[in-house]
Design a protein around this ligand. Structure first.
Ligand code: ADP
Length: 245
């Protein structure tokens, strides 16, 4: 059965006061199907981060609603939203955001501990093995490469079995070979475990790992590509930038 993991309905987000308001998202409606990998692209300032933050419950739309399965995030109190984020959403950042004093396994266990649960050792081992880091459990971030650190961050995001894994330029700080390893891993999670992934990226090669690319311009949807190639994505981006100039 095809179901949407996340649905944005007429979402607008503006910043600032009425006189000098900036509209980051403008009446945007968009769905992300369960078990699919979507890349979000668009020129700088087009609303990509705002979209990701609103969809992940890190920011609240000015109007419209965001549905995670059947749950309307915009109707939740701050406390309930925090709990929901902890239990049902995974988020991976460009800069890894690991705690340097903690080992890989302690970093991965953190979301469970924050939720008041003592994680089982095999639970943490399993997820580290899924990202190919079974042998690195006792290493601290400073003792690992960028790609390994990002894989720890992905393991940390997956430990709660989130409905959706969001990535904000997750390969932006990695060299292209390491970045591709991480992208192949994300792709395998979608293909083998039906993980839903939504990733913001500037990179057409990174976006080509997705099933679908959605393009934003001025906070609105500006077309999409399915089963995209890096070339078709790059051509679309060039066209968008030419129109914008
Ligand atoms: P992108 O991720 O595509 O670069 P953003 O979502 O960061 O775009 O920003 C969209 C628009 O909203 C931009 O014009 C940006 O300047 C504005 N914006 C984003 N965050 C804020 C904020 N906290 N305060 C004021 N304006 C913001």
């Amino acid at each position: 059965m095809i179901r949407d993991a996340i649905r944005l309905r007429s979402v607008s987000r503006s910043y600032g006061s009425a006189d000098d308001a900036v509209t980051a998202l403008d009446d945007l409606s968009l769905s992300f199907t369960e078990g699919t990998f979507t890349a979000v692209m668009g020129p700088s300032g087009s609303g990509k981060s705002t979209l990701l933050h609103c969809a992940a419950g890190l920011d609240r739309p000015t109007s419209g609603s965001v549905l995670l399965g059947e749950t309307d995030l915009t109707a939740l109190s701050e406390t309930k939203l925090t709990l929901l984020r902890r239990q049902r959403i995974g988020f991976v950042f460009q800069s890894f955001n690991l705690l340097p004093a903690l080992t890989a396994e302690q970093n991965v266990a953190l979301p469970l501990r924050l939720g008041g649960r003592r994680p089982g050792r095999s639970e943490v081992q399993d997820v580290l093995a899924r990202v190919g880091l079974a042998g690195r459990a006792r290493h601290r971030p400073g003792e690992m490469s960028g790609g390994q650190q990002q894989r720890v961050a992905i393991a940390r995001a997956l430990i709660t079995h989130p409905d959706v894994l969001f990535g904000d330029e997750p390969t932006g700080a990695l060299d292209s070979t390491t970045g591709r390893e991480v992208l192949r891993m994300l792709r395998a999670m979608v293909d083998e475990q039906r993980q839903t992934i939504v990733m913001v990226t500037h990179d057409p090669v990174a976006a080509s790992y997705a099933d679908r690319v959605v393009f934003l311009a001025d906070g609105r949807l500006h077309g999409e590509l399915t089963a995209p190639s890096a070339e078709s994505i790059a051509a679309r981006m060039t066209r968008m930038e030419t129109v914008a100039c």
